[in-house]
Design a protein. Structure first.
Length: 232
């Protein structure tokens, strides 16, 4: 085969590659995906990635007033939500450990303390107790709150779902943890109209410079009607 034939073959291959590249560039420009401004649905437990260079930290979730929310929680709804937990946990008294530890009496229990279960190193290192606050934060995103935990549950985004579940788990115990007293935010009473402003510094404050310190003359005592004044 002479050089002319080789040139034709090389030209055909090169032309094919150029054609494929042109088609690819054209298709990408025609079918460029559009990112929606608002997602159609939210997957629980999945945290959206922020843009690189955005250094603002997410706002910390406010803790509920447990004395108020637990007293009004829907325990039956919490029982329904607990069925998600039963995929990996047993909630009955004396029940076995499954993929996760038994959850009977978990509220108020020291973390990583249920006998017979092999906890992750991250869970053991976290320490502490499963208080209402700790369960509230952990159930929102287990792996986000304790990096390295074995618990793969995505979490419960809705705060009310977590409150209802905690209210149910609290009752799932021989000695339920007491509900604290309500602690509403203090409200400052408004000042009454027409009230004279208090003297600065109180009664022991020294009088201003230049003011007289001589006491005001005392008025003479009034004479009783019809009587004679007494001699001193």
């Amino acid at each position: 085969m002479d050089s002319w034939e080789w040139n034709k073959i090389a030209g055909a291959v090169l032309g094919t590659l150029i054609f494929v590249m042109v088609i690819r560039i054209a298709s990408e420009s025609l079918f460029e995906p559009q990112v929606p401004a608002k997602p159609g649905y939210v997957v629980e437990g999945v945290v959206e990635n922020t843009a690189a260079g955005n250094s603002a930290a997410p706002a910390e979730e406010a803790m509920p007033d447990w004395g108020t929310v637990l007293a009004s929680a829907d325990v039956s709804r919490g029982h329904d939500i607990s069925h998600k937990c039963e995929q990996c946990h047993d909630l009955s008294k004396g029940g076995p450990n499954k993929i996760g530890p038994n959850l009977w009496g978990v509220v108020g229990r020291p973390r990583a303390s249920h006998p017979g279960f092999d906890y992750s190193a991250a869970m053991k290192a976290k320490g502490g107790t499963w208080t209402f606050e700790e369960l509230f934060k952990f159930l929102k995103s287990p792996q986000g709150y304790i990096d390295g935990t074995k618990m793969t549950f995505a979490g419960l985004t809705a705060a009310q779902d977590r409150i209802n579940l905690i209210a149910y788990l609290r009752q799932d115990s021989d000695s339920p943890v007491a509900i604290p007293a309500p602690n509403p935010k203090a409200v400052t009473p408004p000042a009454s109209k027409g009230a004279a402003p208090a003297a600065p510094g109180g009664p022991n404050e020294a009088p201003p410079a230049g003011s007289s310190t001589t006491p005001a003359p005392t008025a003479p005592a009034a004479t009783p009607t019809g009587g004679t004044p007494k001699k001193a």
